[in-house]
Design a binder for this molecule. Structure first.
Ligand code: AMP
Length: 510
């Protein structure tokens, strides 16, 4: 099956249902959405000779044309290569080169980023904001998407890469369908009355959630700002109702702050799916207290997109469960098509309760890395995906993550999981954000350094924070040093760059 068959089906079943919206304005119904996708596909074949299996780069900020182009690419059996719109033009060019893209589709607001980095004519370009695009999408195309096999490549997903060059994760039509079926089973139910709001980049997790919503004929909403503005999201929730969205933990925090400021609770935002980075217990409790039960957590990675475990709405609301806080601090049990296990350094499975590397196997797991058999062999072993994350399973199958394996701090021969230190410090009212890292030390091997961002006007100091840690974590885990920063370095998806923090500390030491 071709994942674009879902668009064709919705166009037949609900031709007049609103499909693509910018803010509250309807740009296209389902019949028009499918017609445009078919027309874009036909244009790509005719003008750029895009054949089934060929790659097409997409370098654009969020807009409804993004979805037209994605489905246009799949309509003709080609492969989409969505590129994070915040990347440098040279990085985007590298991804096009690595993937062998035949052309790049751009939005005008980042055309300069591209043309400053790439010689004119080096790669054909198509602007989705041009008159030519408006004309071509009104044309005709094939009546139905080209037939594809489950294992055929659909999406080359370049990892965000907090270190080194990104790798192209090969996601098949079958992977994307498995991910979407898990959305229905483990994350949320979707009806045609619902809306999915793209407040995070369509090139990444938020965009992957288009599929279950196309399948059910729901609305796809790109905020007018094109990105994340907490006030705008709260307003759209009220105007559109039944809104679901994917949000990184930093976005949830900003939404909660905005809701508090306006004395609101997120009315109309039915489901906020969060994930992509650690959500601290203190933060999710605050979010629930402010906005109520609207939250679902997912844990996944590009290599098994959005689909390793999920902590459902039900588990967020079971406050009378004796293990409620433990559940809330976990990322939930495995999603429906995935098995999860924990392994030791030699790859042997560990029993419940023991900490090791998280591995996942199942229908959502990637085919491998594009043109990179070595990385594929290192990461996929007998179908098991080595996630590089450290965690433990409890006897009921709930997974609790500690850290990325490379972030674990080894001090005096003992493993210290930075997340535990961060969770402890975040329960102090003066601490807004914190990241704990390991810094080389002659005696201990490494020591824990806490990089802290204090709330405005806060007065906490080393002594106060030290006493606070001592009240909740073992003495040997507490930071040996505190560094106060105005903000934490983050990548384009809001993930804290521990590598930059470590470099910063190394520079200070030298
Ligand atoms: P990416 O491939 O860029 O989506 O990054 C995936 C990584 O983000 C995972 O391997 C985890 O380290 C982290 N991650 C994803 N979801 C969660 C979550 N719910 N809690 C903690 N970390 C997460």
């Amino acid at each position: 099956m071709n994942i674009a068959d879902w668009l064709a089906a919705s166009a037949h079943l609900r031709p007049r249902a609103p499909a693509l919206l910018t803010g509250t304005h309807v740009d296209a119904d389902y019949a028009t959405f499918a017609q445009r996708a078919a027309a874009v596909g036909a244009h790509l074949s005719r003008h750029y000779n895009v054949q089934p299996g060929d790659r097409v780069g997409l370098f654009m900020t969020n807009c409804t044309q993004y979805l037209e182009c994605l489905y246009g690419i799949w309509w003709i059996g080609a492969v989409a290569v969505p590129i994070n719109a915040k990347l440098h033009g040279r990085e985007a060019a590298w991804i096009c080169e690595d993937s062998g893209a035949k052309l790049i589709v751009l939005s005008d607001d980042i055309m300069d980023v591209w043309s400053e980095a790439v010689a004119p004519g080096a790669l054909p370009t198509l602007s989705v904001d041009s008159d030519a695009y408006l004309r071509l999408r009104a044309g005709e195309g094939a009546a139905a998407p080209l037939a594809r096999e489950t294992d055929d490549l659909a999406w080359l997903f370049y990892t965000s890469g907090t270190t080194g060059r990104p790798k192209g994760v090969m996601l098949s039509h079958g992977n994307l369908m498995a991910m979407s079926l898990c959305y229905f089973a483990d994350v949320d139910q979707v009806t045609p009355q619902d809306a999915i709001l793209y407040a995070a980049p369509i090139s990444h997790g938020a965009g992957l959630y288009n599929f279950p919503h196309v399948r059910m004929g729901a609305r796809h909403v790109v905020p007018e700002s094109g990105g994340f503005d907490a006030d705008e999201v709260l307003a759209l929730g009220k105007q559109l109702q039944n809104v679901a969205m994917f949000a990184a933990p930093t976005m949830v925090r900003r939404l909660v702050d905005a809701a508090k400021k306006h004395g609101e609770n997120g009315d109309g935002l039915r489901t906020i799916v969060y994930g992509g980075g650690p959500m601290y217990l203190a933060d999710i409790r605050d979010a629930i207290a402010t906005m109520g039960q609207r939250f679902v957590q997912i844990y996944g990675q590009g290599e098994s997109p959005m689909t390793i475990t999920a902590l459902s709405r039900e588990w967020h609301s079971r406050t009378d469960d004796p293990r409620y806080l433990e559940r809330l601090a976990s990322v939930g049990p495995a999603q429906s098509v995935i098995s999860v296990r924990i392994t030791d350094a030699d790859g042997n499975p560990l029993p419940a309760g023991e900490t090791g590397e998280v591995e996942a196997k199942g229908a959502a797991v990637m085919l491998g890395y594009w043109n990179n058999p070595k990385a594929t062999a290192d990461t996929l072993k007998n179908g098991w995906l080595r996630t590089g994350d450290v965690g433990r399973l409890d006897a009921d199958g709930f997974l609790t993550l500690s850290d990325r394996s490379k972030d674990v701090i080894i001090s005096g021969g003992t493993n210290i999981y930075p997340r535990e230190v961060e969770e402890a410090l975040l329960t102090h009212a003066d601490v807004r954000e914190v990241s704990a890292i390991g810094v080389p030390h002659p005696e201990w091997g490494e020591i824990v350094v806490a990089c802290v961002v204090l709330e405005d006007g806060a007065t906490a100091n080393d002594q106060v924070l030290d006493a606070h840690c001592l009240a909740s974590i073992a003495r040997f885990k507490r930071p040996k040093r505190y560094v106060y920063l105005p903000s934490l370095p983050k990548n384009n998806y809001g993930k804290v760059l521990k590598t930059s923090l470590r470099e910063m500390m190394a520079k200070q030491a030298s």
